[in-house]
Write a protein that binds this ligand. Structure first.
Ligand code: ADP
Ligand code: SF4
Ligand code: MG
Length: 445
Protein backbone atom coordinates (compact mmCIF):
# COMPACT_ATOMS: atom_id res chain seq x y z
CA UNK A 1 0.00 0.00 0.00
CA UNK A 2 1.38 3.35 -0.94
CA UNK A 3 -0.22 6.68 -0.17
CA UNK A 4 0.89 9.62 -2.22
CA UNK A 5 2.46 12.57 -0.50
CA UNK A 6 0.17 15.53 0.12
CA UNK A 7 0.15 18.17 -2.59
CA UNK A 8 -2.02 20.80 -4.20
CA UNK A 9 -5.34 19.27 -5.24
CA UNK A 10 -6.31 21.88 -7.80
CA UNK A 11 -3.05 22.17 -9.66
CA UNK A 12 -3.19 24.27 -12.83
CA UNK A 13 -3.23 22.13 -15.94
CA UNK A 14 0.05 23.51 -17.24
CA UNK A 15 1.69 22.64 -13.93
CA UNK A 16 0.64 18.99 -13.93
CA UNK A 17 3.61 16.58 -13.97
CA UNK A 18 4.37 15.03 -17.32
CA UNK A 19 4.76 11.26 -17.95
CA UNK A 20 8.51 11.44 -17.27
CA UNK A 21 7.94 12.94 -13.82
CA UNK A 22 5.20 10.41 -13.05
CA UNK A 23 7.45 7.47 -13.86
CA UNK A 24 8.28 6.82 -10.22
CA UNK A 25 4.91 7.74 -8.73
CA UNK A 26 3.27 4.62 -7.34
CA UNK A 27 -0.23 6.01 -7.27
CA UNK A 28 -2.06 3.65 -9.59
CA UNK A 29 -2.23 0.67 -7.36
CA UNK A 30 -5.47 -0.86 -6.09
CA UNK A 31 -7.10 1.00 -3.24
CA UNK A 32 -7.78 -0.52 0.13
CA UNK A 33 -9.09 -3.20 0.72
CA UNK A 34 -8.13 -4.97 -2.51
CA UNK A 35 -4.39 -4.66 -2.10
CA UNK A 36 -2.97 -8.08 -1.17
CA UNK A 37 -0.38 -6.63 1.22
CA UNK A 38 -3.03 -4.95 3.35
CA UNK A 39 -3.44 -6.66 6.72
CA UNK A 40 -6.84 -8.23 7.32
CA UNK A 41 -8.78 -6.97 10.30
CA UNK A 42 -10.20 -10.07 12.00
CA UNK A 43 -13.74 -9.56 13.17
CA UNK A 44 -14.04 -5.96 12.00
CA UNK A 45 -16.08 -4.36 9.28
CA UNK A 46 -14.17 -2.48 6.65
CA UNK A 47 -14.59 1.27 6.63
CA UNK A 48 -17.04 2.49 4.02
CA UNK A 49 -15.64 4.25 1.00
CA UNK A 50 -17.32 7.63 0.79
CA UNK A 51 -20.50 7.51 -1.27
CA UNK A 52 -20.56 10.46 -3.67
CA UNK A 53 -24.36 10.61 -3.38
CA UNK A 54 -24.24 10.73 0.40
CA UNK A 55 -25.40 14.08 1.80
CA UNK A 56 -22.79 16.01 3.78
CA UNK A 57 -22.61 15.39 7.50
CA UNK A 58 -24.24 18.01 9.63
CA UNK A 59 -26.31 19.40 6.76
CA UNK A 60 -28.93 16.69 6.58
CA UNK A 61 -30.12 14.92 9.71
CA UNK A 62 -31.26 11.87 7.67
CA UNK A 63 -27.68 11.06 6.66
CA UNK A 64 -27.00 7.30 6.81
CA UNK A 65 -24.60 6.18 9.50
CA UNK A 66 -21.20 5.13 8.10
CA UNK A 67 -19.80 1.72 8.99
CA UNK A 68 -17.84 1.69 12.20
CA UNK A 69 -15.16 -0.52 13.69
CA UNK A 70 -15.59 -0.74 17.43
CA UNK A 71 -12.62 1.06 18.93
CA UNK A 72 -10.62 -1.04 21.40
CA UNK A 73 -10.57 -0.03 25.03
CA UNK A 74 -7.66 0.33 27.44
CA UNK A 75 -7.53 -1.57 30.74
CA UNK A 76 -8.79 1.69 32.28
CA UNK A 77 -11.93 1.45 30.13
CA UNK A 78 -10.90 4.45 28.02
CA UNK A 79 -11.74 4.17 24.37
CA UNK A 80 -9.09 4.44 21.68
CA UNK A 81 -9.54 7.49 19.44
CA UNK A 82 -6.56 7.07 17.13
CA UNK A 83 -4.88 3.79 16.17
CA UNK A 84 -1.66 3.47 14.20
CA UNK A 85 -0.77 -0.06 13.09
CA UNK A 86 2.49 -1.06 11.46
CA UNK A 87 3.04 2.31 9.76
CA UNK A 88 5.99 2.39 7.33
CA UNK A 89 7.23 5.60 5.74
CA UNK A 90 9.99 5.98 3.13
CA UNK A 91 11.74 9.00 1.69
CA UNK A 92 12.46 8.59 -2.00
CA UNK A 93 11.44 6.02 -4.54
CA UNK A 94 12.68 2.70 -5.84
CA UNK A 95 16.28 1.73 -5.03
CA UNK A 96 16.98 5.21 -3.63
CA UNK A 97 14.27 4.93 -0.97
CA UNK A 98 15.27 5.08 2.68
CA UNK A 99 12.98 4.01 5.53
CA UNK A 100 12.30 6.82 8.02
CA UNK A 101 9.55 5.11 10.04
CA UNK A 102 9.32 1.36 10.42
CA UNK A 103 6.31 -0.58 11.74
CA UNK A 104 5.06 2.11 14.13
CA UNK A 105 2.23 0.96 16.42
CA UNK A 106 0.46 3.47 18.66
CA UNK A 107 -2.91 3.79 20.38
CA UNK A 108 -4.17 7.13 21.63
CA UNK A 109 -7.05 7.01 24.12
CA UNK A 110 -9.69 9.70 24.59
CA UNK A 111 -8.41 12.57 26.72
CA UNK A 112 -4.91 11.03 26.94
CA UNK A 113 -1.57 12.76 26.35
CA UNK A 114 0.68 10.43 24.38
CA UNK A 115 4.28 11.63 24.27
CA UNK A 116 6.59 10.79 21.40
CA UNK A 117 10.23 11.24 22.37
CA UNK A 118 13.59 10.71 20.68
CA UNK A 119 16.62 12.60 19.42
CA UNK A 120 16.40 14.77 16.30
CA UNK A 121 16.15 12.63 13.20
CA UNK A 122 14.48 9.68 14.91
CA UNK A 123 11.36 10.01 12.75
CA UNK A 124 8.90 11.72 15.12
CA UNK A 125 7.76 14.43 12.71
CA UNK A 126 7.65 12.00 9.79
CA UNK A 127 5.32 9.77 11.82
CA UNK A 128 3.12 12.75 12.77
CA UNK A 129 2.91 14.01 9.19
CA UNK A 130 2.21 10.52 7.87
CA UNK A 131 -0.61 9.79 10.28
CA UNK A 132 -2.36 13.03 9.34
CA UNK A 133 -1.58 12.52 5.61
CA UNK A 134 0.30 15.85 5.57
CA UNK A 135 3.52 14.20 4.45
CA UNK A 136 5.04 15.87 1.40
CA UNK A 137 7.12 14.36 -1.38
CA UNK A 138 9.55 12.63 -1.37
CA UNK A 139 7.83 11.08 1.67
CA UNK A 140 5.74 7.99 0.83
CA UNK A 141 3.62 5.91 3.20
CA UNK A 142 4.44 2.36 2.14
CA UNK A 143 2.49 0.31 4.65
CA UNK A 144 0.27 0.21 7.70
CA UNK A 145 -3.02 1.61 8.80
CA UNK A 146 -4.27 4.67 10.68
CA UNK A 147 -7.80 4.50 12.09
CA UNK A 148 -9.55 7.51 13.55
CA UNK A 149 -12.55 6.58 15.72
CA UNK A 150 -14.58 9.77 15.62
CA UNK A 151 -17.16 10.34 18.36
CA UNK A 152 -18.36 13.94 17.95
CA UNK A 153 -20.03 15.42 21.03
CA UNK A 154 -22.98 17.81 21.29
CA UNK A 155 -26.69 17.86 20.54
CA UNK A 156 -26.39 18.23 16.74
CA UNK A 157 -23.22 16.14 16.48
CA UNK A 158 -22.64 13.83 13.52
CA UNK A 159 -22.94 10.08 14.15
CA UNK A 160 -19.84 8.15 15.32
CA UNK A 161 -17.71 6.69 12.58
CA UNK A 162 -14.32 5.10 11.97
CA UNK A 163 -12.24 6.72 9.28
CA UNK A 164 -9.32 4.95 7.65
CA UNK A 165 -7.09 8.00 7.27
CA UNK A 166 -4.74 6.40 4.73
CA UNK A 167 -7.64 5.41 2.48
CA UNK A 168 -9.70 8.59 2.87
CA UNK A 169 -10.16 10.85 -0.17
CA UNK A 170 -9.26 14.55 -0.23
CA UNK A 171 -12.80 15.66 0.62
CA UNK A 172 -13.05 13.43 3.65
CA UNK A 173 -9.59 14.45 4.82
CA UNK A 174 -10.41 18.14 4.63
CA UNK A 175 -13.59 17.49 6.65
CA UNK A 176 -11.68 15.68 9.41
CA UNK A 177 -8.55 17.79 9.56
CA UNK A 178 -8.81 20.74 11.90
CA UNK A 179 -12.39 20.03 12.96
CA UNK A 180 -11.63 16.60 14.47
CA UNK A 181 -7.88 16.12 14.11
CA UNK A 182 -5.81 19.29 14.45
CA UNK A 183 -2.04 19.84 14.19
CA UNK A 184 0.22 22.42 15.85
CA UNK A 185 3.52 22.73 14.01
CA UNK A 186 6.97 23.33 15.39
CA UNK A 187 7.50 26.86 14.12
CA UNK A 188 4.53 29.21 14.51
CA UNK A 189 6.30 31.86 12.42
CA UNK A 190 6.31 29.49 9.47
CA UNK A 191 2.84 28.10 10.09
CA UNK A 192 1.10 31.48 10.40
CA UNK A 193 0.53 33.60 7.30
CA UNK A 194 2.95 36.54 7.71
CA UNK A 195 0.81 38.95 5.63
CA UNK A 196 -2.56 38.28 7.28
CA UNK A 197 -3.72 39.67 10.61
CA UNK A 198 -4.47 37.25 13.45
CA UNK A 199 -8.24 37.85 13.31
CA UNK A 200 -8.33 37.02 9.59
CA UNK A 201 -6.44 33.78 10.19
CA UNK A 202 -8.65 32.72 13.08
CA UNK A 203 -11.92 33.56 11.31
CA UNK A 204 -10.75 31.85 8.10
CA UNK A 205 -10.84 28.51 9.90
CA UNK A 206 -14.41 29.17 11.04
CA UNK A 207 -15.42 30.41 7.58
CA UNK A 208 -14.20 27.18 6.00
CA UNK A 209 -15.63 24.71 8.52
CA UNK A 210 -18.60 26.51 10.18
CA UNK A 211 -20.34 28.12 7.27
CA UNK A 212 -23.51 28.78 9.23
CA UNK A 213 -21.69 31.27 11.51
CA UNK A 214 -22.23 34.97 10.86
CA UNK A 215 -19.29 37.41 10.67
CA UNK A 216 -20.15 38.75 14.14
CA UNK A 217 -20.23 35.22 15.61
CA UNK A 218 -16.90 34.40 14.00
CA UNK A 219 -15.32 37.50 15.48
CA UNK A 220 -16.79 36.72 18.89
CA UNK A 221 -15.37 33.19 18.70
CA UNK A 222 -11.95 34.55 17.65
CA UNK A 223 -11.90 36.81 20.74
CA UNK A 224 -12.95 33.87 22.93
CA UNK A 225 -10.21 31.67 21.48
CA UNK A 226 -7.50 34.26 22.06
CA UNK A 227 -8.69 34.78 25.64
CA UNK A 228 -8.62 31.02 26.15
CA UNK A 229 -4.88 31.01 25.50
CA UNK A 230 -4.21 34.14 27.56
CA UNK A 231 -4.04 36.79 24.81
CA UNK A 232 -6.15 39.93 25.03
CA UNK A 233 -8.59 40.82 22.26
CA UNK A 234 -6.63 43.94 21.25
CA UNK A 235 -4.03 41.68 19.57
CA UNK A 236 -6.60 40.50 17.03
CA UNK A 237 -5.53 43.15 14.52
CA UNK A 238 -1.82 42.33 14.90
CA UNK A 239 0.32 40.65 12.27
CA UNK A 240 2.31 37.57 13.39
CA UNK A 241 5.62 39.51 13.38
CA UNK A 242 4.14 41.96 15.93
CA UNK A 243 3.71 39.15 18.47
CA UNK A 244 6.36 37.48 20.63
CA UNK A 245 7.35 33.85 19.95
CA UNK A 246 5.24 32.66 22.88
CA UNK A 247 2.19 34.61 21.70
CA UNK A 248 2.53 33.22 18.19
CA UNK A 249 2.62 29.69 19.55
CA UNK A 250 -0.44 30.47 21.68
CA UNK A 251 -2.24 31.72 18.56
CA UNK A 252 -1.38 28.44 16.84
CA UNK A 253 -2.81 26.50 19.79
CA UNK A 254 -5.95 28.70 19.74
CA UNK A 255 -6.36 28.02 16.01
CA UNK A 256 -5.96 24.29 16.50
CA UNK A 257 -8.70 24.31 19.16
CA UNK A 258 -11.06 26.58 17.19
CA UNK A 259 -13.31 23.71 16.11
CA UNK A 260 -12.98 21.68 19.31
CA UNK A 261 -11.14 18.71 17.77
CA UNK A 262 -11.00 15.29 19.41
CA UNK A 263 -7.26 14.92 18.78
CA UNK A 264 -4.48 17.53 18.63
CA UNK A 265 -1.04 16.58 17.32
CA UNK A 266 1.67 18.90 18.60
CA UNK A 267 5.10 18.71 17.00
CA UNK A 268 7.64 20.34 19.34
CA UNK A 269 5.19 23.22 20.01
CA UNK A 270 7.37 24.94 22.59
CA UNK A 271 10.90 23.94 21.58
CA UNK A 272 11.88 27.40 20.32
CA UNK A 273 10.65 29.17 23.48
CA UNK A 274 12.40 29.99 26.74
CA UNK A 275 11.65 27.64 29.63
CA UNK A 276 9.41 30.09 31.51
CA UNK A 277 7.15 30.71 28.49
CA UNK A 278 7.26 27.02 27.71
CA UNK A 279 6.00 26.13 31.16
CA UNK A 280 3.23 28.77 31.07
CA UNK A 281 1.98 27.53 27.71
CA UNK A 282 2.09 23.88 28.73
CA UNK A 283 0.20 24.56 31.95
CA UNK A 284 -2.49 26.41 29.98
CA UNK A 285 -2.60 23.60 27.48
CA UNK A 286 -3.15 20.99 30.18
CA UNK A 287 -5.92 23.09 31.73
CA UNK A 288 -7.59 23.37 28.32
CA UNK A 289 -7.32 19.62 27.87
CA UNK A 290 -9.02 19.06 31.24
CA UNK A 291 -11.81 21.41 30.21
CA UNK A 292 -12.30 20.40 26.58
CA UNK A 293 -11.31 16.72 26.82
CA UNK A 294 -9.24 16.42 23.63
CA UNK A 295 -6.44 13.87 23.34
CA UNK A 296 -2.90 14.99 22.49
CA UNK A 297 0.04 13.44 20.67
CA UNK A 298 2.89 15.55 22.04
CA UNK A 299 6.19 15.31 20.16
CA UNK A 300 9.43 16.48 21.71
CA UNK A 301 13.08 15.53 22.05
CA UNK A 302 12.82 16.47 25.75
CA UNK A 303 11.93 13.27 27.59
CA UNK A 304 11.97 15.04 30.96
CA UNK A 305 9.13 17.28 29.76
CA UNK A 306 7.05 14.28 28.74
CA UNK A 307 7.57 12.54 32.03
CA UNK A 308 5.65 15.42 33.63
CA UNK A 309 3.12 16.02 30.90
CA UNK A 310 2.20 12.71 29.31
CA UNK A 311 0.16 9.72 30.43
CA UNK A 312 1.95 7.36 28.04
CA UNK A 313 5.33 7.79 26.35
CA UNK A 314 6.64 6.14 23.17
CA UNK A 315 10.40 6.43 22.65
CA UNK A 316 11.62 6.42 19.03
CA UNK A 317 15.06 5.61 17.71
CA UNK A 318 16.09 5.42 14.03
CA UNK A 319 12.48 5.23 12.87
CA UNK A 320 11.34 2.53 15.29
CA UNK A 321 9.44 2.72 18.55
CA UNK A 322 11.83 1.08 21.00
CA UNK A 323 9.84 1.44 24.23
CA UNK A 324 6.25 2.32 25.06
CA UNK A 325 5.12 2.66 28.66
CA UNK A 326 3.21 4.77 31.15
CA UNK A 327 5.15 7.98 31.86
CA UNK A 328 5.64 7.10 35.53
CA UNK A 329 6.83 3.58 34.68
CA UNK A 330 9.31 4.89 32.15
CA UNK A 331 10.65 7.43 34.58
CA UNK A 332 10.96 5.03 37.52
CA UNK A 333 12.14 1.94 35.70
CA UNK A 334 13.13 2.27 32.03
CA UNK A 335 13.60 -1.08 30.26
CA UNK A 336 15.45 0.05 27.12
CA UNK A 337 19.06 1.34 27.16
CA UNK A 338 18.07 4.22 24.86
CA UNK A 339 15.27 5.36 27.22
CA UNK A 340 17.75 5.09 30.08
CA UNK A 341 20.28 7.19 28.14
CA UNK A 342 17.67 9.84 27.28
CA UNK A 343 16.52 9.99 30.89
CA UNK A 344 20.12 10.36 32.05
CA UNK A 345 20.73 13.24 29.66
CA UNK A 346 18.59 15.70 31.63
CA UNK A 347 19.67 17.13 34.97
CA UNK A 348 17.40 16.64 37.95
CA UNK A 349 16.10 19.74 39.75
CA UNK A 350 16.57 18.05 43.10
CA UNK A 351 19.33 15.89 44.54
CA UNK A 352 23.09 16.12 44.29
CA UNK A 353 24.96 17.65 41.37
CA UNK A 354 26.10 14.84 39.10
CA UNK A 355 28.02 14.78 35.84
CA UNK A 356 25.69 14.31 32.85
CA UNK A 357 26.83 11.43 30.67
CA UNK A 358 24.45 11.77 27.73
CA UNK A 359 24.45 9.11 25.00
CA UNK A 360 27.77 8.69 23.18
CA UNK A 361 27.76 9.01 19.38
CA UNK A 362 24.91 10.22 17.22
CA UNK A 363 21.85 8.69 15.53
CA UNK A 364 22.59 6.72 12.35
CA UNK A 365 22.01 8.02 8.86
CA UNK A 366 19.01 6.49 7.10
CA UNK A 367 21.35 5.56 4.23
CA UNK A 368 23.64 3.45 6.42
CA UNK A 369 21.42 1.97 9.09
CA UNK A 370 23.31 -0.54 11.29
CA UNK A 371 22.14 -4.16 11.05
CA UNK A 372 20.31 -5.81 13.97
CA UNK A 373 19.33 -3.37 16.70
CA UNK A 374 20.01 0.10 15.22
CA UNK A 375 21.13 1.31 18.65
CA UNK A 376 23.89 -1.31 19.05
CA UNK A 377 26.87 0.92 18.01
CA UNK A 378 25.96 3.30 20.88
CA UNK A 379 24.61 0.82 23.41
CA UNK A 380 26.76 0.18 26.50
CA UNK A 381 25.08 -3.23 26.98
CA UNK A 382 25.28 -4.51 23.37
CA UNK A 383 25.76 -8.27 22.91
CA UNK A 384 26.78 -10.29 19.83
CA UNK A 385 23.25 -10.97 18.65
CA UNK A 386 22.39 -7.23 18.83
CA UNK A 387 24.46 -6.65 15.67
CA UNK A 388 22.51 -9.21 13.63
CA UNK A 389 18.95 -9.67 14.98
CA UNK A 390 16.34 -6.91 15.18
CA UNK A 391 14.51 -7.03 18.54
CA UNK A 392 10.72 -6.61 18.37
CA UNK A 393 8.52 -4.81 20.89
CA UNK A 394 7.50 -7.23 23.66
CA UNK A 395 6.63 -7.13 27.32
CA UNK A 396 9.91 -7.26 29.29
CA UNK A 397 10.34 -10.55 31.17
CA UNK A 398 10.94 -8.55 34.35
CA UNK A 399 7.44 -7.08 34.12
CA UNK A 400 5.80 -10.41 33.32
CA UNK A 401 6.94 -11.81 36.65
CA UNK A 402 6.62 -8.67 38.74
CA UNK A 403 3.06 -9.12 39.90
CA UNK A 404 3.55 -12.77 40.87
CA UNK A 405 6.61 -12.55 43.04
CA UNK A 406 9.03 -13.95 40.47
CA UNK A 407 7.18 -17.07 39.33
CA UNK A 408 4.14 -16.03 37.34
CA UNK A 409 3.65 -15.15 33.73
CA UNK A 410 0.96 -12.50 34.04
CA UNK A 411 1.64 -9.25 32.28
CA UNK A 412 1.73 -6.64 34.99
CA UNK A 413 1.71 -3.48 32.87
CA UNK A 414 1.08 -2.52 29.26
CA UNK A 415 4.75 -1.61 28.74
CA UNK A 416 6.66 -2.99 25.76
CA UNK A 417 10.36 -2.70 24.94
CA UNK A 418 12.43 -3.78 21.92
CA UNK A 419 15.65 -5.01 23.51
CA UNK A 420 17.29 -8.45 23.70
CA UNK A 421 18.18 -7.80 27.33
CA UNK A 422 14.52 -8.00 28.25
CA UNK A 423 13.70 -11.45 26.83
CA UNK A 424 14.51 -13.22 30.10
CA UNK A 425 17.36 -15.30 28.58
CA UNK A 426 20.02 -13.40 30.53
CA UNK A 427 19.96 -11.14 33.59
CA UNK A 428 19.35 -7.50 32.64
CA UNK A 429 21.68 -4.83 34.06
CA UNK A 430 20.45 -3.39 37.34
CA UNK A 431 19.54 0.00 35.84
CA UNK A 432 17.22 -1.74 33.38
CA UNK A 433 15.65 -4.14 35.85
CA UNK A 434 14.49 -1.79 38.60
CA UNK A 435 11.26 -2.97 40.22
CA UNK A 436 8.18 -0.92 39.55
CA UNK A 437 6.67 0.88 42.53
CA UNK A 438 3.76 -1.29 43.70
CA UNK A 439 1.22 1.46 43.03
CA UNK A 440 2.07 1.32 39.33
CA UNK A 441 1.28 -2.39 39.02
CA UNK A 442 -2.36 -2.90 38.04
CA UNK A 443 -4.26 -5.06 40.50
CA UNK A 444 -1.75 -4.64 43.36
CA UNK A 445 -2.41 -2.63 46.51
N1 ADP B 1 12.17 15.59 2.99
C1 ADP B 1 13.02 14.67 3.39
N2 ADP B 1 13.78 13.99 2.50
C2 ADP B 1 14.63 13.02 2.89
N3 ADP B 1 14.82 12.66 4.18
C3 ADP B 1 14.10 13.31 5.11
C4 ADP B 1 13.17 14.35 4.77
N4 ADP B 1 12.60 14.81 5.91
C5 ADP B 1 13.17 14.09 6.92
N5 ADP B 1 14.06 13.21 6.43
C6 ADP B 1 14.86 12.25 7.21
O1 ADP B 1 13.98 11.43 7.94
C7 ADP B 1 14.51 11.18 9.23
C8 ADP B 1 13.49 11.53 10.27
O2 ADP B 1 13.29 12.93 10.24
P1 ADP B 1 12.23 13.63 11.16
O3 ADP B 1 10.94 12.90 11.05
O4 ADP B 1 12.20 15.07 10.82
O5 ADP B 1 12.84 13.39 12.61
P2 ADP B 1 12.51 14.11 14.00
O6 ADP B 1 11.20 14.81 13.87
O7 ADP B 1 12.49 13.01 14.99
O8 ADP B 1 13.64 15.06 14.24
C9 ADP B 1 15.80 11.99 9.34
O9 ADP B 1 16.90 11.12 9.13
C10 ADP B 1 15.70 12.98 8.25
O10 ADP B 1 16.97 13.28 7.72
S1 SF4 C 1 19.03 -5.00 21.73
FE1 SF4 C 1 21.18 -4.96 22.31
S2 SF4 C 1 22.04 -3.12 21.36
FE2 SF4 C 1 19.81 -2.94 21.27
S3 SF4 C 1 19.33 -1.77 23.07
FE3 SF4 C 1 19.16 -3.92 23.66
S4 SF4 C 1 21.17 -4.47 24.47
FE4 SF4 C 1 21.40 -2.55 23.39
MG1 MG D 1 10.79 16.89 14.14
Amino acid sequence: MVVRAAGPVYRLRRHRPGPAQLRHRRDRQPAYPQHPSWPAQPGTALPARPDPRRPRRGRNPTVTQPQTISPPRAATGREVVLEVRGLDVDYGFGPDAVRAVSGADLSLHRGEVLGLAGESGSGKSTLAYALTRLLRAPGVITGGQVLFHSRPQGADAAPPETVDILAADAKELSRIRWSELAVVFQSAMHALNPVARIDAQLTDVLKAHRRQMSAAERRERAVELLRMVGISADRLRSYPHELSGGMRQRVMIAMSLALEPQVVIMDEPTTALDVVTQREILEELMQLRERLGFAVVFITHDLSLLLELADTVAVMYAGRIVERAGAAELFRAPRHPYSLGLKGSFPSLRGERVRMEGIPGSPPSLRSMPGGCAFHPRCPFAMDRCATDIPQLATPARDLTNSQGGGGVTQSTSRVSACWLQDGQQPAPEALALPLPTRLIPGSR
